[in-house]
Write a protein of this length. Structure first.
Length: 131
């Protein structure tokens, strides 16, 4: 990314004036930058106040725990996201905290399966599941 800025291929100052979705579109054009990375840059580097990432597993886990769902579909995510403007980034911080155990009484409602898929001796689990 630094080379793109130095070479003039990316006008980083212009990004400050673009809406969130446009900044995201510009950033994902860069090699190695996906939507999740762009959204994290929006939150932490650009301090944008209204970002909630569907691609963030901890946010999804926090949402499952707060709203008592087994899964958060894209449709359900969008429903809850509509309630959070203009401070969805603050909600992201709270969802991360909940997912990390900040409220011990809260549990993850992700379905627990006895028949998890395996590869050799390795049992595959959902990293956001708590057992």
């Amino acid at each position: 990314m630094a080379k793109k800025v130095v070479d003039g291929d990316l006008d980083i100052e212009r990004l400050r004036f673009l809406p969130d979705d446009e900044v995201c579109k510009e950033l994902v054009k860069l090699d190695g930058v996906g939507v999740w990375t762009a959204e994290m840059l929006l939150i932490f580097s650009m301090q944008r106040p209204n970002i909630l990432s569907f691609g963030d597993l901890a946010i999804l886990r926090g949402m499952r725990m707060v709203y008592h769902h087994r899964q958060i579909s894209k449709k359900l995510f969008e429903k809850y996201k509509k309630r959070l403007p203009p401070y969805a980034s603050v909600a992201s911080l709270y969802f991360w905290a909940v997912a990390g155990g900040a409220v011990p009484e809260m549990k993850d409602y992700f379905p627990k399966s006895r028949n998890r898929p395996t590869i050799g001796k390795l049992t595959l689990t959902n990293s956001s599941s708590s057992e």
